[in-house]
Design a protein around this ligand. Structure first.
Ligand code: FAD
Length: 441
């Protein structure tokens, strides 16, 4: 038992403090093991105790308590992050936010929720009311709104609506880490130090996110002979503003071979583009595909949407998950190709690495501009080789957001300078998720 056990039980009651080894191990981990580098470095890290507040008053009480005792606090949503964001590097308290799970208000074009609401539940709730999420990660069934905003970037829907920095987060309530925690309400540009902050600059308890009018979606696969044509078709479709879409994911063969549940319906040897498009647009989409050498394959009709395993369950970082199931030696990178020279970049990478690097992409909007995001699969040989590959990408103008580090400054996408300034104000003792941001109090 930890020293602060009694006082914490007095504050929140016994049921809200977990000290058994099984809970501490389970709730100190996320999906960092996608990286063999992080797997080695993080597997022993464990919290001294897990605290599960049920409302903001308890969040505030835990923070004040931890401040007085100088105990680090690492926040956890659903723990589906990939870089050890939610792993407590210095032990202390892991604060599990999953009980703050109330949908507070749905208005025209927005939803106000507590941070622990799962994106999947919110999507269902919104669709029952004629609206839907604008953007969500492929982990949306498990992931929380707070975890997505503080640890994610973008996902399904980003082809239309951009990422977390593109006006999709409207307001946040944030608690500071002080003896008397302040509750800040933040909007607009002031949200930047909290988006993708790994819980280092404040604890987000409530979020207002933008929603979109509901669309009836369908999904389909278009096959191409090669990855270059698949990506070019993706770009052409992305530019068809009249066709509403949530997903354009081109991938090279043999990546589709990893998707066991789709084995019977995918064309062997072919590159594929996984699409989520508005119901009623398939004729236009298949016309465009055929004009560029594509063949319409598997279709999930609007009536079947989300009733079976969906195509989006194989995109974004779910691609890595399916590949890892077949081949545990696989890992991945996070990359941004250049929209004006991606064909050359793809050719250079394939010529250099062959099947050691397998490419799949997501066309997205980024600050209003069409961009080509990618989470390349890598057959891992050694850390040195991994960084050789990274250097090759960078030397050829492909941006890398390194997923093999937990330090925001190296791997993150947020405004790190603004975060460091905000951290000085909000967390003067540096107790929030220590080690995740380079910071001197
Ligand atoms: P957690 O992992 O619990 O937390 C993430 C970070 O946010 C941690 O640093 C945590 O401390 C912090 N945090 C959590 N809640 C709060 C809070 N209330 N206040 C302050 N800080 C907080 N990400 C994408 O962006 N797009 C994708 O498409 C995507 N696909 C994925 C696919 C797979 C198979 C996997 C394993 C991961 C994927 N991810 C993706 C990463 C991750 O799943 C998402 O970012 C997800 O939204 C994280 O939510 P979570 O609730 O699990 O957060």
């Amino acid at each position: 038992a930890v020293e602060w056990e009694k006082e914490m039980i007095g504050l929140l009651g016994e049921a809200r403090l977990l000290l058994d080894m099984e809970s501490k191990e389970r709730l100190s981990k996320d999906y960092y093991w996608y990286s063999p580098v992080l797997e080695r470095q993080l597997k022993e890290k464990i919290a001294d105790g897990i605290v599960i507040p049920k409302d903001e008053r308890e969040v505030s009480a835990v923070l004040s308590f931890a401040y007085r005792h100088r105990i680090p606090v690492t926040v956890r949503g659903a723990g589906t992050g990939n870089y050890g964001q939610a792993v407590p590097l210095e032990g202390g308290i892991v604060m599990d936010m999953s009980q703050l799970d109330e949908i507070l208000e749905v208005g025209d074009g927005y939803a106000r929720v507590q941070c622990g609401v799962r994106l999947g539940s919110l999507e269902k709730h919104l669709r029952e009311r004629g609206q839907e999420l604008r953007i969500y990660p492929s982990t949306f069934m498990k992931a929380t709104v707070g975890g997505f905003v503080c640890g994610g970037s973008g996902g399904i829907g980003s082809i239309t609506w951009g990422n977390l920095w593109d006006g999709n987060v409207l307001e946040a309530a944030v608690y500071t880490m002080e003896e008397v925690p302040r509750r800040l309400v933040v909007q607009g540009q002031d949200l930047y130090p909290y988006i993708h902050n790994y819980g280092t600059t404040g604890i987000v308890t409530e979020l207002t996110i933008a929603s979109a009018p509901k669309t009836e979606w369908m999904q389909t696969v278009i096959h191409f002979n090669d990855i270059a044509s698949a990506v070019q078709f993706g770009e052409a479709l992305a530019k068809e503003e009249a066709i509403p879409k949530r997903l354009i994911s081109p991938m090279e063969w043999p990546i589709p071979a990893y998707f066991v549940p789709l084995k019977k319906v995918l064309e062997p040897g072919a590159a594929a583009v996984f699409l989520e498009i508005a119901n009623g647009t398939l004729t236009a989409v298949s016309g465009l595909a055929q004009s560029m050498g594509g063949r319409v394959g598997h279709i999930i009709e609007a009536e079947q949407y989300r009733k079976t395993i969906g195509l989006s369950d194989f995109t974004w970082n779910h691609t890595t998950l399916w590949a890892l199931k077949m081949d545990p030696a696989i890992t991945y990178l996070q990359a941004g190709f250049a929209a004006d020279r991606y064909l050359e970049q793809i050719r250079l990478i394939k010529d250099e690495f062959g099947d050691e690097v397998l490419l799949h992409f997501e066309w997205v909007k980024n600050g209003g501009r069409l961009s080509l995001a990618s989470l390349p699969l890598i057959r891992f040989k050694s850390e040195e080789r991994l960084y050789e590959i990274i250097r090759f990408f960078e030397a050829n103008g492909v941006n890398i957001f390194d997923p093999h580090t937990w330090v925001l400054d190296s791997g993150g996408r947020g405004e790190v300078g603004a975060m460091q300034r905000k951290k000085r104000e909000n967390d003067p003792l540096g107790l929030l998720n220590p080690g995740k941001i380079v910071y001197e109090p």
